[in-house]
Design a protein around this ligand. Structure first.
Ligand code: SF4
Length: 272
């Protein structure tokens, strides 16, 4: 029996060596990318917005900005990696400010849908007693009985409709929604691409979801019977927390991005 998540399956598909370090050897480096850090700060701010709304508290833009900037300061550590040569932490912080303010202007007073849940912490039952972690940024419903699985994206790329129609994460979450909210007439998958201030959506038929669940269960069997964990060197290595200890990169000129305490980390893993 195991608990699986979209990122665990995604890591297995991205690089089996990274999967081994992260999920089998459970090595925790403490290294975070600035993109992931900024994403967490923005998500936490929108979580506060909607959780407060659940208790009828409307935050102003200033309230949210104050929360975001203080939250950033409280959680910032020097090991956060800024991999892009031309970037710095302040640029990312400002990007987060823009995302939140644009979102606020577009959706205020946030009464388009009824809030059902924020940052859910649930599990979908799979076969062989496995479970799939269900962490929905926001679950909402309209008056017609449609449910909405809403996800915020803080990355710099936007997905095509074709990619969204194939997306695994929100579709798996929607299976849990259908199981737990039998009144749901339909479950829509919604992505808020904050860098583009754009909302895109997709839908699945019950047949699509049955097929997807079987695919995920097959993927879990593949993971549990896997014995070889080769590296997979791609541009995503720049955002990998294990890059500084990965044999594809260690000893080469550019091991990590600026901002990381490379020597400290290397000393931990390769003591003299
Ligand atoms: S740096 Fe690249 S190849 Fe090495 S573990 Fe990370 S993702 Fe895999």
């Amino acid at each position: 029996m195991g608990i699986y998540s979209n990122s665990k399956l995604g890591t297995f598909d991205q690089c089996k060596y990274k999967f081994r370090l992260q999920y089998i050897e459970r090595i925790r480096t403490g290294v975070r990318s600035i993109e992931a850090f900024m994403g967490t700060m923005v998500h936490d701010t929108l979580e506060k917005l909607y959780k407060d709304l659940q208790s009828s508290k409307m935050n102003s833009k200033d309230d949210l900005m104050q929360f975001y900037l203080q939250h950033w300061k409280n959680n910032w550590t020097e090991d956060i990696v800024v991999a892009k040569e031309y970037a710095n932490a302040e640029m990312y912080q400002n990007m987060g400010v823009e995302f939140i303010l644009s979102y606020y202007d577009k959706y205020h007073p946030f009464d388009q849908l009824k809030i059902i849940g924020v940052e859910t912490n649930e599990k979908l039952e799979l076969n062989n007693n496995n479970k799939y972690y269900v962490k929905i940024d926001r679950l909402a419903a309209d008056e017609k009985g449609n449910y909405y699985v809403i996800d915020y994206k803080t990355g710099g790329t936007i997905k095509s409709q074709e990619e969204l129609d194939q997306d695994r994460q929100l579709a798996m979450y929607s299976i849990w929604v259908r199981n737990n909210y039998p009144d749901a007439k339909n479950v829509k998958l919604v992505w808020n691409f904050l860098a583009f201030n754009e909302e895109l959506s997709s839908e699945r038929t019950p047949g699509d979801l049955s097929k997807l669940k079987l695919e995920v269960e097959d993927k879990i069997i593949e993971i549990e019977t896997c014995t070889e964990f080769p590296t997979n060197k791609t541009k995503l290595c720049d955002y990998c927390e294990y890059k500084f200890m990965c044999h594809e990169w260690v000893g080469k000129k550019k091991v990590v991005g600026k901002g990381i305490k490379k020597q400290t980390l290397l000393n931990d893993f390769f003591p003299k």
